[in-house]
Design a protein around this ligand. Structure first.
Ligand code: COA
Ligand code: AMP
Length: 260
């Protein structure tokens, strides 16, 4: 393996029905590849019903990998029972996502974007004004890939999040994803996990950073991710960046708490 290359190590695991159970990616230097592949395989096999686990490795010249800033994190505390729209409305307005586009996004996250009610395998892209679906694969959506924290950023990010009481692996990985999504030209991202038990979610924009809400997902919602884009002409470049460009998220990670 040439030394001036970096390597993406990816894992995905599925259950007997072929349903996706777990996935993760690291971008590392060549000597770390065997150990990281073993760690990801162990993570895959840790899921009880896994019967299929795949590890993929491929490389890219280091000079072709982008360093991108980590979005700052705000842990937003809404009063008990408050409507998250108190926060969402002004944020959407300031990045020109219309109220009807926001409604379309929230409805999809609640009821699912697919006819069978299952979550899409990636995020859906909606027009920021009309709320119309813009990505081409209706059952699949689009998946951000080829991103990780930089080697120096990884431990620092984990430590900062843990110290702020946000040490869950989902927050750690979602922050890197949201940083890449914002860098790819998405105006605003909304995320509710598709794990039924997990209620925190976030809104992210380049201007406002990663706004985490502890109780964002309503009970019974399907979950998923929505990316709002500035019209159909913006979509091909967003998808190219999300899928093809390799990015390492750089520190510092900043976390503040805000009462809303
Ligand atoms: N949900 C459902 N199905 C998924 C999936 C997901 N999140 N990710 C992969 N699959 C399944 C799909 O069937 C997919 O086929 P499709 O492209 O038609 O949907 C198939 O696996 C192959 O996916 P692909 O992305 O080509 O596989 P890969 O092995 O190259 O990468 C992942 C798999 C999970 C690593 C990648 O999709 C991903 O999500 N990367 C981001 C990981 C991350 O969160 N990193 C955080 C770093 S801090
Ligand atoms: P999770 O936070 O892992 O529960 O994922 C929530 C939703 O995000 C999933 O249901 C998918 O719709 C979407 N998703 C998962 N992985 C990705 C990805 N790599 N890029 C974009 N969207 C994703």
């Amino acid at each position: 393996m040439p030394e001036d290359w970096l390597y993406s190590v990816r894992m995905r695991a599925a259950d007997p029905a072929g349903r996706h159970l777990s996935g993760a990616e690291r971008i590392v230097e060549e000597p770390e590849v065997p150990e990281v592949a073993a760690q990801l395989l162990a993570r895959a096999l840790d899921r009880g019903s896994v019967v299929e686990a795949r590890i993929s490795v491929d490389g890219r010249e280091r000079s072709q990998v982008h360093s991108i800033p980590c979005l700052p994190v705000t842990d937003v505390c809404l009063p008990p029972g408050a409507d998250p729209r108190l926060l969402l409305g002004p944020v959407c307005c300031s990045v020109e996502v219309s109220p009807s586009a926001l409604d379309a996004g929230l409805r999809g996250l609640r009821e699912g974007f697919r006819t069978d009610g299952a979550p899409t395998r990636g995020a859906v892209i909606l027009d920021s004004i009309s709320g119309a679906r813009l990505d081409p694969h209706l059952e699949r959506g689009v998946r951000a890939r080829h991103f990780d924290y930089s080697p120096t950023g990884r431990d620092a990010a984990r430590k900062t999040l843990e110290e702020a009481g946000l040490g869950h692996f989902r927050t750690f990985e979602a922050l890197a994803l949201a940083s890449k999504v914002a860098w790819s030209g998405v105006l605003l991202e909304l995320c509710w996990s598709d794990d039924g038990e997990y209620r925190p979610g976030y809104i992210a924009t380049r201007q406002h950073g990663y706004l985490r809400l502890a109780e964002f997902k309503p009970a019974g919602a399907v979950g998923g991710r929505v990316f709002f884009a500035e019209g159909p002409q913006a979509v091909p470049e967003i998808i190219r960046r999300l899928e093809e460009e390799w990015t390492l998220v750089e520190p510092p990670v900043r976390v503040v708490r805000r009462e809303a």
